[in-house]
Design a protein around this ligand. Structure first.
Ligand SMILES: Cc1ncc(COP(=O)(O)O)c(C=O)c1O
Length: 289
């Protein structure tokens, strides 16, 4: 355990990780019955904090977990956790499960207190918008075999974990998922964008994908700070293969350029110019969300 990131939050208290204990009857443990968020923070400055908390509240409402904390209360929790862990580049993981029951029974229990757990972990330095230095991602692809409620940021991540492992076993960094109609959904832990003839495309929000905060911010930044045409539309895997550029987005990766799909190069197999432009705009604007 890195001693710099050792203080965690559990149910109202800050404590060393070793002291954080939850019941084996916690429904998060037994059923994956919970919602989570990961929020990046650079030198104490959070990215997309309000958007993350808004999505968290929506998820809690959707699955009927009653927890009411104001944005200011969440903010105080995050700020304390970050400063207790030495600031720097940190991801804050926040997990709310339905709580510990007295038995294992599928139905939502009436009188249970949600379990709230948060910890900070070191993340890579913010992405530098430079083709020469950025990590180039290789991906494979497969049919999306997860559930039909991917808009919920559920802690039940086995479907995502299994797909991610498929990518690792194939020797790549991530895996693109498509539905049974051959249309792109997302990746195991990221949203996906493509660039064709200078235009940017990403699949629309529905139950097949998570409404990524990075996706949301990037769309807003491109629409408000550039002349690039941006479209939320369904994308076939053929379109992905013929794209000039493919990007993955997530809170910890920002915008990650993909240079290879299923062993074939994307475009000329190099990081694209539109990526560099988009990441530069993103870097310049990300702290305003
Ligand atoms: C399945 C999935 N899609 C998309 C994302 C990207 O979401 P965000 O940009 O909010 O991190 C994530 C992030 O973990 C994810 O797990």
């Amino acid at each position: 355990m890195d001693m710099n990131t050792n203080t965690v939050y559990l149910n109202g208290e800050f404590m060393p990780m070793e002291q954080a204990k939850i019941s084996p009857l916690d429904r998060g443990f037994l059923f994956g019955d919970g919602i989570y968020e990961v929020v990046p923070s650079y030198d104490g400055k959070l990215v997309g904090f309000a958007l993350h908390m808004e999505r968290m509240q929506k998820g809690l409402d959707t699955i009927g977990i009653k927890l009411s904390k104001t944005l200011d209360e969440w903010r105080e929790l995050f700020d304390t956790l970050i400063s207790e862990n030495g600031s720097g580049n940190l991801g804050v993981y926040l997990h709310v499960s339905r709580g510990a029951d007295t038995k294992r029974f599928h139905a939502y229990p009436d009188d249970v207190t949600p379990t709230v757990f948060a910890f900070a972990f070191e993340i890579a330095a913010a992405t530098v918008a430079d083709k020469k230095f950025v990590k180039k991602f290789k991906v494979t692809s497969t049919e999306d075999l997860r559930w039909k409620r991917c808009q919920i940021k559920s802690t039940s991540l086995l479907g995502n974990v299994m797909h991610f492992q498929q990518g690792i076993d194939a020797g790549v960094n991530e895996i693109l998922l498509h539905n049974s109609d051959g249309h792109l959904t997302e990746a195991a832990a990221c949203n996906v964008f493509i660039v064709k003839d200078g235009k940017v495309f990403t699949p629309p929000l529905d139950n097949q994908i998570l409404a990524g905060v990075t996706r949301n911010m990037l769309l807003d930044i491109l629409r408000n700070h550039s002349d690039i045409e941006v479209q939320e539309d369904s994308i076939s895997m053929d379109q992905v293969r013929q794209a000039d550029e493919v990007w993955l987005t997530s809170s910890s990766k920002e915008i990650a350029p993909v240079v290879e799909l299923d062993g074939e190069p994307i475009g000329d197999g190099e990081v694209g110019a539109v990526w560099e432009f988009a990441q530069r705009l993103f870097s310049a604007n990300k702290f305003f969300y």
